[in-house]
Each structure stands twice: as structure tokens, then as C-alpha cells.
Design a binder for this molecule. Structure first.
Ligand SMILES: [Zn+2]
Length: 148
């Protein structure tokens, strides 16, 4: 399923992306824009805003996030929709799809030496949208452990 998070839920949006869930997020987005994009793209609204949740356009396709704590927020979403981590994470920065980097050697100068030495050929990913690099054991495992 696909989500759109309101302007107060940036951390939650980034974490959902790392779990592989397609999550739209924009800073300073208006309630109207959230509802419009949700409708147009078939996204479920995640919001801290009780006024937004009561609007007709949000009915049946929105979840009111109760807590201020991002860890609790993530637990609420994961449990409410019975979703876990997907096989492939998405970019936490831009929601882009990640591709496995086929040639680890090409990353030698791009990642910390420790990371390069202690990770295997299959452990590196690059965002197809913004080019950001990810590797197993950093962001990815950390966020998966929060939902367990
Ligand atoms: Zn990206």
C-alpha cells in the first residue's frame, strides 16, 4: 500500500521508506494538497491533525497518528495495517527505488573504509532517484529492528 504523510510526520515518512513502503512526504504541504495527492495517487493519509482526519475527503483512507514519538508512530502504522519490512527499501530522502550496486569496487572511494571492508558484494544499494548510497547494517537493519 502507498502512504502520504502530513508535514508533521517527516521522521515517520523516512522510516516507512526504509522499510520499503512508498511514502509521499513534503515539508510545508497544505492539508488540501495532502488530500488531493492521496486521492489522485491512491495513497492512505497519515496525519497528526484531527481536523484533517474529520474532513470528508479523508474518510476511510486516513489514519490518525496518536503519538509524538516516531518509534511509537511507526509501531502504530505497522500494526494497524499489518505491514512489515518489504524486501527492498526505498530512499529515505526522496522515496526513490533502490538498486543493488553491481560493482562493489566502484564504491571504494565513496563510502567509509570500515564500511567498504566489512560489507559484502550484495550489501550496497544506490537510489535511482537521487543517487544516495545505502548499505545493509546501517540505516536498513536499524529501522527493521524498530518494528520487531
Ligand atoms: Zn533518493
Amino acid at each position: 500500500m502507498k502512504f502520504i504523510a502530513d508535514a508533521m510526520l517527516g521522521r515517520l515518512a523516512r522510516w516507512l521508506r526504509l522499510l520499503g513502503h512508498d511514502t509521499y512526504f513534503e515539508r510545508d504541504i497544505t492539508d488540501d494538497a495532502v488530500l488531493l495527492i492521496a486521492k489522485r495517487e491512491g495513497r492512505t493519509v497519515l496525519t497528526r491533525d484531527t481536523r484533517l482526519i474529520q474532513r470528508r475527503a479523508a474518510r476511510g483512507q486516513a489514519l490518525l497518528i496518536i503519538s509524538n514519538d516516531p518509534v511509537v508512530q511507526l509501531k502504530q502504522v505497522v500494526e494497524h495495517f499489518s505491514i512489515g519490512a518489504l524486501d527492498m527499501p526505498r530512499c529515505s530522502l526522496c522515496n526513490g527505488l533502490l538498486d543493488r550496486v553491481p560493482d562493489k569496487e566502484s564504491l571504494r572511494d565513496l563510502v567509509p573504509e570500515y564500511v567498504f571492508l566489512h560489507h559484502g558484494k550484495q550489501d550496497f544499494f544506490r537510489c535511482s532517484g537521487c543517487g544516495h548510497l545505502y548499505w545493509e547494517g546501517s540505516h536498513i537493519e536499524g529501522i527493521r529492528s524498530k518494528t520487531g
